[in-house]
Design a protein around this ligand. Structure first.
Ligand SMILES: *Cc1c(COP(=O)(O)O)cnc(C)c1O
Length: 439
């Protein structure tokens, strides 16, 4: 007999196996009872937990320097979980939110959550006084983006977070565009960070996913009467409070997972969690290359006669430039926008003339994409919200992928020739921002 037959095989998988199981078995009823009653840790059913999902949650919490995380089926679901947990049960719930928000977040706040009684005020993320003026007694949450989508404004996060905390509100930051590689909101006053993992974290334009991270700074016991659904005993938690059940810094995550994720069901599947985690392994190299290409393309386009204005943190001046340099940002990101110098019909022709750059409402893909926010991601804003957003009919948003920059420049210049051609002598083929006007 060979000596090898009895020994277990040596070697363990480098990549975590996919645990495709809806339910989890227990050896004894006593074990099952303890886990279902949340007296012992463990998995019951994959709607509220799965080993691959848990690995993704641990990884985003580590990258954001947080206390823990909850994964959801999309970025929308993660934002909804955060806002429901922080405002849902309050009778007088009010949120102050950035006037420069992703369109889906605006729909959620002003339609679906407004139906549940949430009241919302909009404030400019560059002007902390607007946030201070918008605060009311019922304000439970401030919500803003660390790099705004699509015009890439950087917020005065530290000043805004101080205002929120002075008034007992929690600060939620959507860190989708920046990613934790470029910015960690928890170091600048955010209590919670949300991500559309669909974008840079997954990185390849495939799966949808969302993440809610607690940075660990929010403690509802500092003002228990303001957060009774977290601090008072509830039947749901076996007659204890959420704080007693999950601890002060994880109470919001516990309620988000075991109440809202469990009851509403927008959970992430094991295969998708696995795919997002694989994407996150290359996050840094992708984001650095995409940021560098975006910075270079934005600088090139800023000098193009068909372009009136570019929006990218690296092209900004004044206070925005100061925030990029000294506000904790480690790069400017792969999203930039341009306001074209043509008529709306010419803008449409430019979009339709792009070949390499595809027209699609996504960011963070390895492929470069263009969007027309007024017709696409932000098409449901009211005229007033549209004016406050800074977007115009002539604004195009680009999300830079990993293609060769010279090919992107050539595609852009060919399409922009609908409006204007650069002066003779421009070196469009060289890329890397070397295009300069002839003397
Ligand atoms: C895409 C996006 C979302 C929503 O995420 P989904 O995964 O598409 O549901 C939220 N915030 C920002 C900034 C986004 O770009």
């Amino acid at each position: 007999m060979s000596a090898t037959t009895a020994a277990p095989p040596l070697g363990t998988p480098i990549v975590q196996p996919i645990h495709h199981s809806a339910a989890y078995a227990f050896d004894t009823l006593a074990d099952a009872r303890a886990v279902f009653a949340q007296r012992a840790g463990g998995y019951t059913y994959a709607r509220t937990g799965n080993p691959n999902v848990a690995a993704l949650e641990a990884e985003i919490a580590r990258r954001e320097g947080g206390a823990g995380a909850v994964a959801a089926s999309s970025g929308q679901a993660a934002v909804a979980l955060a806002l429901l947990t922080l405002t849902g049960p309050a009778r007088d719930a009010h949120a102050v939110v950035s006037s420069r928000l992703y369109g889906g977040s605006v729909d959620l706040l002003t339609d679906t959550l407004a139906d549940t009684g949430l009241e919302v005020s909009f404030a400019d993320p560059r002007d902390p006084r607007e946030w201070e003026d918008a605060v009311r007694e019922g304000t439970r949450v401030f919500f803003l983006e660390s790099i705004a989508n699509p015009l890439t404004e950087l917020p005065e996060l530290e000043a805004i977070a101080q205002i929120a905390h002075r008034h007992g509100a929690a600060v939620v930051v959507d860190n989708t565009v920046a990613t934790p590689h470029l910015y960690t909101p928890g170091e600048h006053g955010a209590d919670f960070v949300v991500h559309s993992a669909t974008k840079y974290l997954a990185g390849h334009g495939g799966p949808l996913g969302g993440l809610l991270v607690a940075t660990g700074s929010f403690d509802p016991t500092n003002d228990p009467a303001r957060w009774p659904w977290l601090t008072e005993p509830r039947h749901r938690w076996g007659g204890r409070s959420a704080v007693e059940t999950y601890g002060a810094e994880r109470a919001v995550l516990g309620v988000a997972r075991c109440k809202y994720l469990n009851d509403l069901g927008p959970c992430l599947g094991a295969t998708i969690a696995h795919e997002i985690l694989q994407g996150m392994a290359t996050l840094g190299v992708r984001v650095e290359r995409q940021s560098a290409t975006a910075e270079s393309l934005a600088a090139t386009l800023a000098a193009h006669p068909a372009v009136e204005r570019v929006h990218h943190p690296a092209s900004a001046t004044g206070r925005q430039r100061e925030l990029l340099r000294h506000g904790g940002y480690r790069g400017a990101g792969g999203v930039f926008s341009v306001d074209l110098a043509g008529t709306p019909a010419q803008v449409e022709d430019v979009v339709d003339s792009l070949r390499l750059i595809r027209l699609a409402a996504n960011i963070g893909d390895v492929r470069t994409l263009v969007a027309h926010p007024a017709s696409m991601t932000h098409c449901r804003l009211t005229p007033e919200q549209f004016r406050a957003s800074g977007i115009t009919e002539r604004t195009l948003r680009f999300t830079v992928g990993l293609e060769d920059e010279a090919e992107l420049t050539a595609d852009l210049f060919r399409a922009l020739s609908v409006i204007a051609e650069p002066a003779p002598g421009w070196d469009t083929a060289a890329g890397r921002g070397t295009a300069v006007a002839a003397p």
